[in-house]
Write a protein that binds this ligand. Structure first.
Ligand code: NDP
Length: 282
């Protein structure tokens, strides 16, 4: 009964926020999307372009970014710029936000989406890797968000954080990645309270994604995970709608929400399913 009620509630919410979405609100919107040379970030850039937004995209590979910018302009972006940057490099973080503020004349949306590369493997004690990943997947997010806040505040803007089901419900073989996503959920959950208490204009949307069919994810999990993967372009659109409608959370696909409930209701069943979703023979 609990599961049926939850499904109905989620379906109700999904219909409500989708119907509230006004695509016109994104025409001319000033958007910075990180990790946008490929995968979900690239797809977000194309959706924003189709909605007629003004976009800055960033990642490390200049050549790929240039191609994505060209496609964004052909799809209808009012303006599109790129800046190559490495999110493990502290000085690049302010440089990227400053570039976007200058090129676009402010920001309406900061979409934090990039991640550093990590292995899908049992934890092997590599603390240096965990620290490095935390720098890219977590510390860069909080630094960039802080830098962009004054402009977002001025424009009644939105911070959109791309997180993962792994951040709500730990999965095996990805302990450093799981830690970075849990940290994001905690930090931005806390910041959301603080902004509300300060009566801030800025909304925060934290997006919980299940497995998405990006090239990176598919190559990393090949032969290791038995789970369906969902389309990156649809995940990207759902993230954009969640930000535009100022919803605090997204669960995509919808049943990821159910998993976050079952882990507390029926933990031993959930543990069994999680552990048996991975192929591992000691
Ligand atoms: P991809 O690996 O496809 O893309 C990652 C992006 O980040 C690329 O543009 C990459 O470009 C950039 N990037 C990587 N390292 C750095 C760095 N050091 N500095 C700056 N940019 C960097 O990732 P996905 O599209 O699969 O994932 C996007 C988001 O969705 C992530 O936050 C991920 O956690 C989340 N997510 C994804 C899931 C999935 O199954 N795909 C599931 C759940 C959540 P470049 O290499 O050129 O720098």
């Amino acid at each position: 009964i609990k599961i049926i009620l939850s499904c109905t509630f989620v379906a109700f919410l999904a219909i409500r926020w989708t119907s509230n979405f006004d695509a016109e609100s994104l025409r001319g919107a000033k958007v910075l999307v990180t990790g946008s040379s490929k995968g979900i970030g690239e797809q977000m850039a194309y959706h924003y372009a189709r909605f007629g937004a003004k976009i800055v995209i960033t990642a490390r590979s200049k050549d790929t970014l240039q191609k994505v910018v060209e496609k964004c302009l052909s799809l209808g972006a009012q303006e599109a710029f790129y800046i190559a940057a490495d999110m493990s490099n502290e000085s690049d973080l302010d440089r990227v936000v400053d570039f976007a503020l200058k090129k676009l004349g402010g920001l309406d949306y900061l979409v934090l989406n990039h991640i550093g590369s990590t292995r899908v493997a049992m934890w092997d004690g590599d603390v240096e890797h965990a620290k490095w990943l935390m720098k890219i997947n977590f510390f860069s997010y909080i630094q960039m968000a802080w830098k962009a806040l004054p402009s977002l505040e001025k424009n009644k803007g939105s911070l959109v954080i791309v997180s993962s089901l792994a951040g709500k419900m730990p999965s095996p073989l990805t302990a450093p990645y799981v830690s970075t996503k849990s940290a994001l959920n905690g930090f931005f959950g806390s910041l959301r309270h603080e902004l509300a208490m300060k009566k801030s204009n800025v909304s925060i949307s934290v997006c919980t994604l299940g497995l998405i069919d990006t090239e990176t994810a598919m190559s990393k999990i090949k032969g290791k995970v038995n789970m369906p993967a969902y389309p990156a372009t649809e995940a990207a659109l759902n993230i954009i709608i969640t930000g535009a409608t100022r919803q605090p959370e997204l669960y995509y696909p919808w049943f990821t929400y159910i998993w976050t409930l079952t882990k507390d209701w029926i933990p031993s069943f959930t543990d069994y399913v999680v552990q048996h979703s991975f192929n591992y023979n000691p």
